[in-house]
Design a protein around this ligand. Structure first.
Ligand code: MSP
Length: 515
């Protein structure tokens, strides 16, 4: 019997409108690192990413390049798949909303909501942002010289007047409010929770327009004749991909039962600008169908440049592919996951990336590994030996610090602060370098007993750092484990005799300095 705990993690499904940038790379990297951490901790994990293929924005893009929307999204899907391959991101499912099973399921969901009396027909009169695929009221929008703009993305808004079906959000307003108050850690970021409460929930949610008729690229409601021309709102369509990824409402719904219904942790990773959809509408849609809610919304802030949030319309987009080609997939993933605090905006620069890679990987950990391997090979070609009774205070401190470091790494990652967790690993690596400098092992050629203890302590320390970094640098760390003649296994972490008589063979500098 398999009684592992489960962990289902998703990235947003990105709009395939040709705007691949390091913001997408950041979200996917974070989700992938969390997934690797949970896997390392013994969870049965399921990780999905994908693309959001319907809607007016995509239809417009396809028209611009004279392709049918389907041809257009097929091409774009490949661009995303290539990017994740280049970045060495492995996932369990790639979501595409033009997938027939997804479309069928969303139609069924719409009909269920209709049958339950949560949907009514009306007329939408208000503002719409095609770029954000978001409805706004005039009070929410910015009015500049007679034109309305999105208050956050600053995109120009259209005035829309069309027949639409609406979802009765107000029926769930009080329920959502108490859900927020009873689950203060549902969203990782407290400020966002407060903002959603103040700006939307406390004010009373407006009913949400959930169909459009002015274009036709989307899931059509075809069950009833008079609804022929209605297209399901792209956000209702997209959010349910989190369930259709697991074959919800399909015959073979094994994954849905395992990772959602009976699952332990269900988490969505997303940028803060789409928290309204994930933390208000999504829980309400699920509640309306009597379905279980995700356990956590991991909301991260933005990558910004001096021009503000990175986005195509501002022209300050940093492309991910040249960055990966120049610095390496694992290095780029290391940079973002170790530097971005999800609660704060992050100011990107290439010089910062170079500094971090040089400081943490080349000068600190890489150098530690090389110097220790060299000393071991010189004095103990047949390996060192753990000898508990000969440990001095200074050595015991390292073992204690190793223990603390592992606890803090886990605590931080359990709170989805990969940056803090990885910083702990690097801090410990610094301490190991300091431990070398304090002990001056190069002066101990005549005291092999003492030298043995020092090098053996260092090897145990290096094992821990490698283990911790392996959730971000799996390939590089697999090579290091092979150089150390060790397996990557939690059980070995505090088994201090694991290097007894083990030959160390570092064949190559894995983290060269970037000039
Ligand atoms: N299609 C919707 C999501 C539907 S999920 C059911 C969407 N797509 S998107 O292509 O616009 O991607 C948005 C996501 O990209 C953000 O939530 C965030 O994860 C990432 N980022 C986009 N710009 C970003 C920054 N400047 N900085 C960090 N992440 C950013 O919204």
């Amino acid at each position: 019997m398999n009684n592992k705990k489960t962990f289902y993690i998703t990235t947003p499904i990105y709009y395939p409108s040709g705007n691949l940038h390091i913001g997408h790379l950041l979200t996917t990297t974070l989700a992938w690192v969390y997934k690797n951490f949970k896997k390392q901790q013994g969870y049965d994990v399921f990780f999905s990413t994908g693309i959001d293929e319907h809607g007016q924005k995509i239809q417009k893009k396809a028209e611009e390049v004279k392709l049918t929307p389907q041809e257009y999204v097929n091409n774009e899907a490949n661009k995303f798949l290539e990017l994740w391959k280049l970045l060495d991101i492995d996932f369990d499912y790639f979501s595409r909303t033009t997938n027939k099973n997804h479309e069928q399921t969303v139609k069924l969901i719409f009909n269920k909501m209709l049958e339950k009396g949560y949907i009514y027909k009306g007329k939408y009169e208000g503002l719409y942002s095609i770029n954000d695929e978001e409805f706004l009221t005039k009070t929410q929008a910015l009015l500049i010289e007679g034109k309305y703009y999105h208050p956050v993305s600053k995109h120009l808004l259209q005035e829309v007047e069309e027949e639409s079906y609406f979802f009765k959000m107000d029926l769930f307003n009080e329920w959502l409010k108490s859900y927020f108050l009873n689950n203060p850690i549902f969203i990782t970021n407290k400020a966002i929770t407060k903002e959603l409460l103040n700006n939307f929930i406390d004010k009373g949610l407006d009913d949400l327009s959930i169909t459009r008729i002015s274009f036709d690229w989307g899931i059509k409601i075809d069950k009833y004749d008079d609804q022929k021309s209605h297209i399901i709102y792209v956000w209702l369509d997209a959010l349910f991909s989190y369930l259709t990824n697991l074959n919800y409402l399909e015959k073979n719904n094994h994954n849905y039962l395992k990772y959602w219904v009976e699952g332990n942790e269900i988490v969505h990773v997303l940028g803060k600008e789409i928290s309204r959809f994930h933390a208000i509408y999504w829980p309400i849609f699920l509640k309306s169908l009597d379905l279980k809610l995700p356990t956590k919304e991991i909301v991260h802030s933005w990558i910004v440049t001096p021009e503000g949030k990175m986005s195509k319309s501002k022209g300050n987009v940093i492309e991910p592919i040249p960055l990966i080609n120049k610095y390496g997939a694992e290095e780029v993933k290391y940079f973002f996951s170790s530097q971005v605090n999800i609660d704060n905006d992050f100011s990107f620069s290439e010089s910062l990336l170079i500094n971090v890679l040089n400081a943490d990987l080349a000068n600190n950990f890489g150098n530690l590994l090389n110097r220790v391997a060299k000393m071991v090979n010189q004095s103990f070609p047949n390996g060192t030996k753990y000898d508990e009774k000969s440990l001095l205070e200074i050595d015991k401190n390292i073992y204690e610090l190793a223990n603390e470091t592992y606890q803090e790494y886990k605590n931080n990652l359990n709170n989805f602060h990969a940056d803090k967790a990885l910083k702990k690993a690097i801090e410990f690596s610094s301490k190991l370098n300091e431990y070398i400098d304090k002990n001056e092992p190069w002066k101990l050629k005549d005291n092999l007993d003492r030298l043995n203890i020092i090098l053996n302590t260092l090897l145990n320390g290096i094992y821990l750092v490698t283990y911790l970094l392996s959730i971000v640098l799996p390939k590089k760390c697999a090579i290091i484990f092979s150089y150390l003649n060790q397996l990557n296994n939690e059980k070995l972490l505090f088994q201090n005799n694991k290097f007894d008589n083990v030959i160390i063979n570092v064949k190559e500098i894995l983290f060269p300095r970037i000039k």
